[in-house]
Design a protein around this ligand. Structure first.
Ligand code: 6GU
Length: 249
């Protein structure tokens, strides 16, 4: 995977992505990240990238020309039209399925805006995907791009040590993860659930799935209708919802 980030703050993204697992994946050659400074593509003496909005209004708008030339620089380097993701609170909300879809690409270009946005004409010309990371407003697209790169990169082959760990976690089957316990067996007067000490793998698996189902019902009820459940698990869910309804009355 080769990531390109079009940004006014290349140090911010490069510093953030050089640490931890993503930094190690870079060193291992599993992915590459290049930040392209949009300001390097200005054609005016003062390297200005923004100007007043036509029609008036607050704030400044990033101009089309430097954004387009920065994009073209990347396109020429790659030798084909890449997927270009514009980070904007107006976009489609990023989720795990989108991360899985983006992880299939060979190149991804992230366009990070600032100020009140970017001239619409260049967006129409280059952007293929409009993506938000949630319903709140940020000062720029750099943090969202870093969030997305983290979520996508951990799905790439060999990036995580444990090659199965991405499969058995939160959002797999649209369920939240089950609770985890480690030593000691008793901490602060609280014991680890007995079944986990039993060594009975089938029972442990069943208990974990049921915990995932209950947790999803309690914490993220919006996910449960799309959960991927076996017939037995569906029965467990129905019974749990039934009992819960009684308890609430
Ligand atoms: Cl993707 N960009 C910006 N600038 N703000 C955001 C966002 C993205 N997602 C939520 N807020």
């Amino acid at each position: 995977m080769n990531y390109y980030i079009l940004t006014l703050f290349p140090d911010m993204v490069m510093d953030g992505l050089n640490t931890s697992i993503i930094g190690r994946a870079k060193e291992k050659g599993l992915l590459s990240i290049e930040a392209v400074n949009i300001r390097d593509f200005t054609e005016n003496k003062h390297n200005r990238v923004d100007d007043y909005p036509y029609g008036g209004g607050a704030g400044m708008v990033m101009q089309a020309q430097p954004v387009y030339d920065a994009y073209r620089h990347v396109e020429e380097k790659i030798g084909k039209k890449p997927r270009v993701i514009y980070m904007t609170p107006q976009g489609k909300t990023f989720n795990q399925s989108m991360a899985e879809e983006f992880a299939k690409e060979e190149e991804l270009v992230f366009l990070c805006g600032h100020y009140e946005g970017i001239d619409e004409r260049v967006l129409e010309e280059v952007v293929t995907d409009y993506v938000s990371i949630g319903d709140y407003v940020l000062t720029g697209g750099e943090l969202p791009a870093m969030v997305m790169i983290d979520a996508i990169s951990r799905l790439l082959e060999d990036v995580l040590h444990n090659d199965t760990s991405a499969e058995f976690e939160t959002f797999h089957d649209n369920l939240l993860e089950y609770p985890q316990y480690s030593r000691p067996e008793t901490w602060n007067g609280k014991k680890v659930p007995e079944v986990l000490l039993s060594g009975h793998h089938a029972n442990i698996e069943k208990w974990r799935r049921e915990q995932s189902i209950m947790r999803t019902v309690e914490w993220r009820p919006d996910l449960i209708e799309n959960a991927v459940l076996s017939k037995k698990e569906k029965q467990f869910l129905d019974k749990y919802l039934e009992e819960r309804k009684k308890d609430l009355h």
